[in-house]
Write a protein that binds this ligand. Structure first.
Ligand code: AMP
Ligand code: MG
Length: 313
């Protein structure tokens, strides 16, 4: 069984010791739990891809203790990255820049850029501060499945494939960071998150503001719960058959059953509760139907995750 560590000085020291030996330690961040490995150690990174079953063409985000460390790992530190790091780090924002020396090429999936982030979580920052290397850390779950927002989710998804889990309680932001490409003159969002393109002065990729969902069949299946998930309109949701767990954004007019969940009709609050809710209902239903969220920019990240969790029909 993996070691379950409390975020005490002893627990943090033990986590650092395992990581320095090239092993995998899951730790809490403000977004989701990360599966940490020494980003400079090719063996540790290979172990990480294997533990997740992650396709090796999907690069890893590298976590740093402080913004001042970023130029050390970048070949260039563009003005846009400097400005965004200053404004939003520590925080749920990953900046993609040309990679410098020292990061294992396996971390970058063969690319010449690196995604850097300083997480806004006291346990993650305390752990990073103990380490002489940065931590590559994707979400601490089997590739393609629901991301973990509690230590128990990590254990349920990865079991013995992780050496230890640092337990820092429930993650506050609840969905993965906004990823921004800073290698061009105008920063461009590669993956939406709770920090929106408009807020950070970047151009949006993928969905356009106010646009419709892209066809689920065209999207990578990702973030998927253990049972089939569908996105439906509220009237359809109100008429869902028995046995289906329903997820509403805002209280519905119809009665709410014990397997149903009502999430706040506020995009950040809904994001914070989304994965925890899906983890909860996936064990109690044969299918999950979720109300299609609004199509404005603030809901972009929640729409993105849900559309990738849909089972193509
Ligand atoms: P995950 O680790 O599962 O949260 O996903 C990390 C995501 O960050 C990847 O799927 C990419 O979209 C993005 N990413 C990380 N590093 C890079 C990079 N060097 N270039 C472009 N995108 C990146
Ligand atoms: Mg992930």
């Amino acid at each position: 069984m993996p070691e379950r560590l409390d975020p005490t000085p002893d627990g943090l020291r033990r986590a650092a010791e395992l990581l320095a030996a090239g092993l995998l330690v899951a730790f809490p961040t403000e977004t989701v739990y990360g599966l940490g490995a020494d980003a400079t150690n090719p063996d540790a990174i290979r172990r990480l891809y294997e533990a997740k079953g992650r396709p090796t063409h999907n690069p890893l985000i590298v976590h740093l203790a402080k913004a001042e460390d970023a130029p050390r790992w970048a070949a260039e530190w563009p003005e846009s990255a400097r400005r965004l790091a200053q404004r939003y780090w520590p925080g749920p924002l990953t900046l993609v820049v040309p990679v410098g020396a020292g990061i294992a090429p396996e971390t970058l999936a063969g690319g010449s850029t690196v995604g850097l982030r300083v997480p806004d979580h006291p346990v993650a920052l305390a752990l990073l501060a103990l380490l002489p290397f940065p931590l590559a850390a994707p979400s601490a779950n089997a590739s393609g499945t629901l991301s973990p927002v509690e230590a128990a989710h990590v254990l349920a998804s990865l079991g013995d494939r992780v050496a230890a889990v640092l337990d820092g309680g429930r993650c506050r932001v609840g969905i993965e960071s906004t990823v921004v490409d800073c290698t061009d003159a105008v920063p461009r969002v590669l993956r939406p998150g709770v920090l929106t393109a408009e807020e950070i002065g970047a151009t949006a990729a993928g969905f356009t503001t106010g646009g419709a969902l892209r066809s689920p069949g065209l999207l990578d299946r990702h973030y998927a719960p253990a049972v089939p998930l569908r996105l439906v309109s509220r009237p359809e949701l109100e008429r869902a058959p028995d046995g289906v767990a329903r997820v509403f954004f805002g209280a519905p007019d119809c009665p709410v059953g014990e397997h149903d969940a009502v999430l706040p009709r506020d995009p950040r609050a809904a994001a914070a509760a989304l994965y925890a809710t899906l983890w909860n209902v996936q064990s109690r239903a044969t299918a999950i139907w979720v109300e299609a969220p609004p199509t404005n920019d603030e809901w972009h990240a929640v729409r993105d995750r849900l559309s990738r969790a849909v089972v193509p029909s």
